[in-house]
Unconditional design. Structure first.
Length: 138
């Protein structure tokens, strides 16, 4: 069995963003040479997320509205965590959207369902953060 590890780095200029990172993960897969196995993709920061869904702008807009209703950023005073900080909502959004995804690799390709893509969700941007790509297989 072979293994491959790479860190992808992101510095989003806005507080929140959803970024399709499927091309970067696919490039890692090609670089690994692994044809059958699994890829793990996870956010290595507690205010960011990795998840799988459709790359459709209406859905992304709906996520933004839904997440803000569930864990509104303001008023920042509503959160005990925000003593000296302002990112409690980002921690909660990450909890909702998840830390990582695992995708099967079949014949050297990410084995997705229709429309599935891998996304990096940033909920407290404006600084450098990383995503781990770990691939195991043959």
């Amino acid at each position: 069995m072979k293994t491959y590890r790479k860190e992808l780095w992101f510095e989003v200029p806005t507080r929140r963003a959803l970024i399709n990172i499927t091309p970067q993960v696919d490039a890692c897969l090609k670089e690994s040479g692994i044809r059958e196995g699994l890829v793990l993709v996870n956010a290595m920061h507690i205010t960011a997320s990795v998840f799988i869904n459709d790359d459709e702008s209406g859905l992304h807009h709906d996520y933004e509205i839904w997440l803000e209703k569930l864990a509104p950023h303001e008023p920042v005073s509503q959160y005990r965590h925000n003593v000296g900080e302002d990112n409690a909502d980002a921690h909660m959004k990450r909890q909702i959207m998840g830390r990582e995804v695992v995708v099967a690799i079949t014949e050297g390709r990410l084995d997705f369902g229709t429309w599935e893509r891998i996304f990096y969700g940033e909920f407290d941007g404006r600084r450098r953060k990383r995503v781990l790509v770990k691939i195991i297989g043959e």
